[in-house]
Design a binder for this molecule. Structure first.
Ligand SMILES: [Fe+2]
Length: 466
């Protein structure tokens, strides 16, 4: 049997190709599908089956384009209300490719239509070898149960408990587990960094699987759920009806600085994907900074409206193309242009540029000691991170609740923004500056740098610790 995991770090997304005797199956494909076509050709496989474990909410799937380009059949869980031509699979249905048998399990919980795929490699024996769990069971976690329009998180969590205990755990401790997401995904909250596991390991290490009762499981899953990004519902709908092929997207135009400003005045978002330091040293006023070197696509989907017209500013042409592709993977289809020649061209034309100042943890500590209360420290991490420990006197403005971020900030006082390591704070600095705040500074290295100096942090509801 041929088996390959394709891991897309930007979205913490795993898709899979399985093959045997010249036939292949792709599970949960990403939007740009050339990698599967190239791999199948290199392996002498013909893609005949495409399976979606559920209607993904955090990325746009390539199932429809891949089917159009290969003639393969699409399989969806029977509870999927999709108008695209597909086979609706029920519990126990099977597909055989060569010496590999795939058996479907209906495993609702993360979503109502979620399925898992039990893989038996007949060359290894007649017992299941692995299970592709989609977003039902992750490594260290399970899928979030709050993405349904008509079921409560509690109802979905209860279904997820039954799916785990009645369908997945009985498969056996040795069965390997391959989920659709890894650590950092917005579909769960505390995944481990490994890319594969076993049922036995998850029984031992996964907090949700270890829950003592169904009630406890529901309570754990529905406590402190991460914010539901606004683009999730739109992506799930795009996947339900099938996204257009990438080649049909708008071509990008090379724009002069004047055209960038015109576009911006007409409502386009200028999205600068360079590293925070470069952005800080000079950028198009009003630009949003979401650097490519992090969880770029999910951050963009969370903070920028999917139907926005977007103009990209990047370091070089390859980064322009990369930015556009990563945006398309989460459903941005109106990336109309990019600043031709980047910020160098901007500078050559003597266009005014905005800056974000940077401060080291040591400098911040000294400034606070000299003039206590002179700086507003804005911590943009999530609530569980904040609760574990934060800089005394800081304001908590989590980036995933950006809309409410700016309400009570004082425009007359300097603002220093931080997160854990500097990625989210770079984004937040640009958003705060864009909203008209003039004195915005990024804490280099975030709370990690602050703590490495031994500077004080305090936990919520407890005394300060260092
Ligand atoms: Fe999902």
């Amino acid at each position: 049997m041929y088996f390959q995991q394709f891991y897309l770090t930007c979205l913490a997304h795993a898709s899979y190709m399985l093959g045997s005797e010249g036939v292949a199956c792709v599970v949960d494909p990403q939007r740009d599908v050339n990698l599967y076509l190239e791999e199948a050709e290199a392996r002498g496989l013909k893609i005949q089956h495409i399976i979606e474990t559920h209607l993904h909410a955090d990325f746009v799937s390539g199932h429809v384009e891949l089917a159009a380009r290969t003639g393969a059949k699409i399989y969806l869980g029977a509870a999927t209300p999709s108008p695209i031509p597909h086979a609706a699979v029920h519990d126990g249905d099977e597909v055989q490719l060569g010496r590999v048998k795939l058996r479907f399990l209906e495993t609702p919980g993360h979503t109502v239509e979620s399925i898992s795929i039990v893989v038996t490699d007949l060359d290894r024996g007649d017992k299941p070898w692995a299970v592709l769990t989609g977003d039902t069971l992750f490594i260290g976690d399970v899928g979030r149960p709050d993405l349904s329009g008509d079921k409560t998180p509690q109802e979905l969590a209860a279904m997820l408990y039954d799916s785990l205990h009645q369908k997945l755990l009985p498969l056996g401790d040795d069965v390997e587990v391959y989920p659709a997401h890894g650590a950092g995904s917005l579909c769960g909250k505390q995944m481990r960094p490994e890319k594969q596991s076993t049922i036995g390991k998850e029984k031992e290490l996964n907090y949700a699987v270890r829950a003592a009762s169904k009630e406890e499981f529901v309570r754990l899953l529905t406590a402190e759920m991460p914010e539901r990004p606004t683009y999730f519902a739109q992506d799930a709908e795009l996947n339900r009806i099938g996204a257009i092929p990438l080649e049909f997207l708008l071509p990008m135009e090379a724009l002069t600085p004047e055209q960038v400003l015109e576009g911006q005045r007409a409502g386009a978002a200028v999205l600068d994907t360079r590293p925070a330091m470069q952005f800080g040293s000079g950028h198009v006023p009003g630009a949003i900074n979401i650097p490519l070197g992090g969880q770029f696509a999910g951050s963009a989907g969370t903070l920028v409206k999917l139907d926005s017209d977007i103009i990209i500013v990047a370091e070089e042409q390859a980064a322009v193309e990369e930015s556009r592709m990563r945006l398309a993977r989460v459903g941005f289809e109106s990336v109309g242009g990019y600043l031709d020649g980047g910020m160098l061209r901007w500078a050559e034309e003597n266009r005014p540029a905005a800056q974000i100042m940077q401060i080291s943890a040591g400098e911040l500590s000294r400034s606070l000691a000299e003039e206590p209360g002179s700086i507003q420290i804005v911590d943009v991490r999530r609530k569980p991170e904040w609760d574990q420990g934060h800089i005394p006197g800081a304001l908590h403005k989590p980036l995933d609740k950006a809309a409410g971020m700016l309400g009570d900030l004082d425009r007359t006082k300097p603002i220093v923004v931080h997160c854990k390591g500097g990625y989210r704070s770079a984004i937040a600095c640009s958003l705060i500056q864009r909203a008209g705040f003039e004195n915005v500074t990024n804490l280099i290295g975030g709370l990690d740098a602050w703590q490495s100096l031994g500077s004080p942090v305090e936990a919520t509801n407890s005394a300060a610790k260092s």
